[in-house]
Write a protein that binds this ligand. Structure first.
Ligand code: 5GP
Length: 207
């Protein structure tokens, strides 16, 4: 009698906290999922593929999509636009999938405002700021200026951890992924208000 309609799992946290590695590690263990591919105006990085990591578009195209109300949410992050397209999310939810978003705190806020009754959220971070700095420098995909920007943003984002349902400290990838698997499985079981009413109604009828 468990529900099989879709649900949303929002993952936020500083770049360098290991969100992508965690998502990669858990996807085979949490049932049918759809990983939302965001649209962005930021330049494509080495190793990224258009349509896989992001849909890379011009600022003009992005603004056109805003006007057409194509986005569930969008925000400016590090000076570039990022947005979640509504269409594929709606489709995946209809198919009963767990829709996973890797979005920032502003995006999380917008998703909670619109879809809180099917949303579970997790903030993922390193154990310390020093560890984050170390990981960002070791990754060496960004310039010093970009890294400094990410660190400033991380400092601001951690102030908003209390807005999330869960905090996962990614100290050890194995442990963090075990925790995230449990959260993802539970997220699927979150019941929208409408379905609670339906369930109670049916439950009472069969007396
Ligand atoms: P990056 O440029 O490192 O891929 O992502 C930078 C930040 O943008 C990350 O914090 C990521 O979570 C956030 N982000 C990526 N896609 C979206 C989106 O569609 N909406 C919002 N609000 N943030 C996003």
């Amino acid at each position: 009698m468990n529900r099989h309609s879709g649900a949303i799992l929002v993952l936020s946290g500083p770049s360098g906290a290991g969100k992508s590695s965690l998502i990669h590690k858990i996807t085979d263990h949490i049932g049918p999922t759809y990983f939302s591919i965001s649209t962005t105006t930021r330049p494509i990085r080495e190793g990224e593929v258009d349509g896989v990591h992001y849909h890379f578009v011009s600022e003009e195209e992005f603004k056109h999509d805003i006007e057409q109300e194509m986005f569930l949410e969008y925000a400016v992050v590090h000076g570039n636009y990022y947005g979640t397209s509504l269409g594929p999310v709606k489709k995946a939810l209809k198919e009963g999938k767990l829709v996973i978003f890797d979005i920032d705190v502003q995006g999380h806020d917008a998703v909670q405002n619109r879809l809180s009754d099917i949303t579970t959220s997790v903030f993922i971070t390193t154990p310390t700021l020093a560890e984050l700095k170390k990981r960002l420098h070791n990754r060496s995909t960004d310039t010093d200026a970009v890294i400094a920007g990410r660190i400033e943003m991380a400092k601001r984002e951690v102030q908003r951890i209390s807005e999330y349902d869960f905090l996962v400290v990614n100290d050890n990838l194995e442990e963090a992924s075990e925790i995230l698997i449990s959260i993802a499985k539970a997220a699927r079981m979150k019941i929208p208000t409408l379905q609670i009413n339906e369930f109670v109604h049916k439950w009472e009828e069969e007396s």
